[in-house]
Design a protein around this ligand. Structure first.
Ligand code: MN
Length: 133
């Protein structure tokens, strides 16, 4: 399915532009926030199909923003992929244990990035079986 809305939460202008460009090139619609607070507000107002969440943000961190999203029934089921420069194994484990659905290291590998998003968007919504008999 094309045209899904993806929320980009990223304070770095260059990273945001790259993600926006690659997503729009592949037919997705995008909405952007520069802070975790704004990202949460946007997600609550019109829930996107997927969220790309930077971890290091001014104010609320990406991990704190994820907690807020998971605590809210409007946004609980939205897949959230962490996008962060910290590629160290222990950071990755910390991020995944926070409950993110996926992890992408910056600078992103474009092909791998798009493939990961496609796979995530193809997953059935929570509570619904993958196939119906
Ligand atoms: Mn950042």
């Amino acid at each position: 399915m094309a045209g899904e809305l993806i929320l980009i939460v990223e304070d770095n202008e260059k990273n945001r532009k790259l993600e926006r460009d690659i997503l729009q090139f592949h037919g997705y619609r995008t909405v952007e926030a520069e802070t975790g607070e704004d990202g949460v507000t946007l997600a609550q107002a019109s829930p996107p199909a997927l969220i790309l969440m930077d971890i290091q943000l001014p104010g609320m961190s990406g991990i704190d923003a994820l907690r807020v999203l998971r605590a809210d029934e409007r946004t609980r089921g939205i897949p959230v992929i962490a996008v962060t420069a910290s590629a160290m194994t222990q950071d990755r484990q910390k991020i995944m244990s926070a409950g993110f659905d996926g992890y992408q290291a910056n600078p992103i590998d474009l092909n791998q990035f798009v493939a990961a998003l496609r796979a995530m968007l193809a997953r059935p919504p929570p509570g619904r079986p993958a196939c119906t008999p």
